[in-house]
Design a protein around this ligand. Structure first.
Ligand code: C2E
Ligand code: MG
Ligand code: MG
Ligand code: MG
Length: 282
């Protein structure tokens, strides 16, 4: 009976694995379709300079409203897309949407730089930087209007190749920042080897500030490290006034999070921005 039970467990395990695989295959098929049908949109979350209280840019995050399953979070499809070359198509889509958005805003007299999330597969793929630069040219947009967010994992994959690609971005005045800082397995070597302009401290360290000692020690150290290196610190996931006040006190440069607003569709973001910025007009 025992052996049978084991066999049954195995059968269950294998069928749930198959189910997961099948679900992922369906998901990727649907994602491909969504790309073709323009069912993916970008939302924008502001980045606020703590010294001036000005919005210095936004981060673009992707949104997928599936016709049957409803909203699917990026954490539930980006990792799957990264298992195949489909991520390259997703990034291509993100870049073209973001370029159009920058151009639209510029026509309305709004100069709002946009940060995009780039996967390690994008950096590893040949021609990624060339294509990004070609898009800038095509839309007649300055490199300063684009920021690239990369995770630590993406940076240490192939340091020599990454170094070349990032230098080319840097030469085009595209700012490069390290996303989810503090959650990767990497050494910190890349920080001085690569043209990194800023670190985004992961929100797990930020959310319970200033009460959580563990988070506070790491945030204090990250801000000090960045200051010594002359690079920018961004805190993501700022949800409370006390976290915001603490970050201001220790000299963190930029903040982002639900305390200000969640990521919003472009038109809603502009309404929020006009409301938030009135002090800038006098
Ligand atoms: P990320 O780049 O670290 O993005 C930050 C995530 O934190 C976003 O979730 C954002 O909505 C969320 N967030 C912002 N403020 C707060 C806050 O105060 N509290 C909490 N709890 N969360 C906050 P989202 O949009 O679900 O994105 C999750 C991840 O998916 C992103 O992490 C990024 O790694 C990936 N991702 C999103 N859009 C894209 C994309 O266009 N391309 C690629 N390659 N990855 C993307
Ligand atoms: Mg990001
Ligand atoms: Mg992040
Ligand atoms: Mg993340």
């Amino acid at each position: 009976a025992h052996a049978y039970a084991k066999q049954r467990d195995y059968a269950q395990f294998s069928s749930s694995l198959e189910l997961t695989l099948q679900r992922n295959i369906t998901l990727l098929g649907d994602l491909q379709e969504a790309l073709r049908l323009n069912q993916l949109t970008m939302h924008y979350q502001p980045k606020i300079d703590l010294a001036t209280n000005a919005v210095i840019g936004v981060e673009a995050v992707i949104r997928w409203r599936h016709p049957v399953y409803g909203d699917i979070a990026p954490d539930d499809f980006i990792p799957q897309a990264e298992q195949s070359t489909l991520i390259l198509k997703v990034t291509e889509y993100v870049i073209s949407r973001v370029m159009r958005q920058i151009a639209d805003w510029q026509e309305q007299g709004l100069r709002i730089p946009i940060a995009i999330n780039i996967s390690s597969h994008d950096i590893m793929a040949t021609g990624f930087v060339a294509r990004l630069l070609a898009e800038l040219e095509r839309f007649d947009i300055d490199g300063e209007m684009i920021e690239v967010e990369l995770t630590e994992g993406a940076l240490v994959n192939d340091l020599a190749h990454t170094q070349l690609e990032l230098l080319r971005l840097n030469q085009a005045k595209i700012m490069i920042s390290v996303d989810d800082f503090g959650t990767g397995y990497s050494s910190l070597q890349y920080l001085h080897r690569l043209p990194i302009a800023g670190i985004k401290i992961d929100r797990s360290f930020i959310k319970n500030l200033p009460h959580d000692d563990g988070g506070r020690y790491i945030v204090d150290a990250a801000v000090a490290l960045a200051k010594n290196m002359g690079i920018q610190t961004i805190a993501e996931g700022v949800e409370t006034p006390s976290a915001n006040a603490y970050l201001r006190k220790i000299g963190c440069d930029v903040v982002q999070g639900f305390y200000y607003t969640q990521a919003l569709p472009a038109d809603k973001f502009v309404a929020w921005y006009r409301e938030f910025q009135p002090t800038k007009t006098h």
